[in-house]
Write a protein that binds this ligand. Structure first.
Ligand SMILES: NC(=O)c1ccc[n+]([C@@H]2O[C@H](COP(=O)([O-])OP(=O)(O)OC[C@H]3O[C@@H](n4cnc5c(N)ncnc54)[C@H](O)[C@@H]3O)[C@@H](O)[C@H]2O)c1
Length: 256
């Protein structure tokens, strides 16, 4: 793993990550665990999540992350997971709303049930996770919420309108919550990843043609990797970003 910058104020912090078991989420779990944060994460990918916990245990991070199986479509289960994480690690003061699923769907095949299911994965839990941790952040004197957006809709990507709508909505939620709770030192920002080379993206979508598209689109050479997203998440969670709220932070190699 590439070494991240160290943020001393993140050591010992109670951090809650959605979808922290694979993809970008796994890089987040790793990065915060290596800061000495007390990380709890929810996911439905049991095998990958358990393997991640085992590897961090072997690396002897200060606090081995707590994995809680939770399907985020079930809001009661999400609330229980938040409470369990807080009972184990103390009031949550960093929330990373990372989980999402970019399943493609053709407009003509979308039913109301499918639409609701996509919103239940990509949008609804973001609000309810925030709602669950805000009283803890108020008690603790502040906190940082990071909602994960996407460049996909900014680049006019078609083929998954429920996903792009959900991702575009993140900044609306971010700005509203930032206003509601900013005076209580709760900061809310949107982290906008570019095209990030996770195993899933590489397997499903990163063809030689796509590589050319990335080279043409990004200002920077190279590829955006999960660790680059974790770099920004660490900054947004820590006091290093103390006066940053209600904003979008884009990590896309200069594409948009
Ligand atoms: N990878 C990219 O190129 C890219 C680009 C733009 C934005 N993003 C955003 O970054 C975030 C992470 O993306 P990723 O590529 O790592 O996604 P991913 O699909 O690879 O991983 C998402 C994680 O969430 C979990 N998850 C999915 N549905 C769940 C559910 N119902 N309940 C609990 N957990 C669930 C998955 O098991 C997985 O561990 C997302 O918000 C995504 O929209 C990613």
């Amino acid at each position: 793993m590439r070494k991240h910058a160290t943020y001393p104020d993140l050591a010992g912090r109670s951090v809650f990550i959605t979808g922290g078991g694979s993809g970008i989420g796994a890089a987040l779990t790793r990065a915060f665990a290596h800061q000495g944060s007390k990380v709890a994460f929810v996911d439905i990918a049991d095998a990958e999540s358990e393997a991640l916990v085992a590897s961090l245990e072997a690396e002897r991070v200060g606090h081995t992350p707590l994995f809680l199986h939770c399907d985020l479509r079930d809001i009661e289960a999400l609330r229980e997971a938040v409470d369990e994480a807080a009972a184990e690690h103390g009031d949550i003061t960093v929330l990373l709303n990372n989980a999402a699923h970019d399943e493609r769907h053709a407009v003509e095949r979308v039913t109301p049930e499918y639409w609701d299911d996509r919103i239940a994965v990509n949008m609804r839990p973001v609000f309810f996770a925030a709602q669950a941790v805000i009283p803890m952040m108020q008690r603790a004197g502040g906190g940082s919420i990071v909602n994960f957006g996407s460049v996909s809709w900014k680049l006019r990507q078609g083929g998954m309108p429920a996903y792009t709508m959900a991702k575009a909505s993140m900044q609306g939620l971010t700005r509203g919550l930032a206003r509601d709770f900013g005076k209580q030192n709760i900061r809310v920002n949107t982290l906008v990843p570019g095209w990030v080379m996770t195993e899933r993206q590489l397997k499903l979508w990163v063809t030689p043609e796509a590589e050319k598209e990335i080279d043409a689109g990004q200002a920077l050479a190279g590829r955006v990797r999960p660790e680059h997203i974790a770099d920004m998440a660490l900054f947004l969670a820590s006091n290093a970003s103390a006066m940053c709220s209600a904003q979008e932070f884009v990590v896309d190699g200069g594409w948009t």
